[in-house]
Design a protein around this ligand. Structure first.
Ligand SMILES: [Zn+2]
Length: 103
């Protein structure tokens, strides 16, 4: 799977990097990680960030044939070394496809 196909076919935006594909229970999952350049403190724009774990979102996107396809982007948490701010990095993905908004 190429980054450009994800970008053009599934709406994966700049800021995410493709990690791997997982096939489970008849579905296809594209796992994505946030580009390191986006780990920036929103408070002071500091770039010395301590990683504080992460969670994953799961967003249904357009199917491939009969298989349901999900994007699984990580949302890493970090703490700024400079100002102590704790924040989560979650670049936007296409809203129309999101299944997590009501949950
Ligand atoms: Zn900061």
């Amino acid at each position: 799977m190429s980054q450009s196909l994800l970008y053009h076919a599934f709406g994966v935006r700049e800021g995410y990097e493709y990690v791997r594909t997982e096939y489970r229970r008849g579905t296809v999952e594209f796992h994505l990680t946030v580009a390191p350049c986006l780990m920036v403190c929103p408070h002071c724009q500091g770039r010395e960030i301590i990683r504080k774990g992460k969670r994953f979102r799961r967003i249904q996107t357009v199917p491939i044939g009969f298989k349901a396809v999900f994007l699984v982007p990580e949302a890493p948490r970090g703490q700024c070394r400079g100002c102590g701010q704790v924040f989560e990095v979650a670049p936007p993905l296409p809203r129309a496809m999101s299944t997590t908004r009501n949950g």
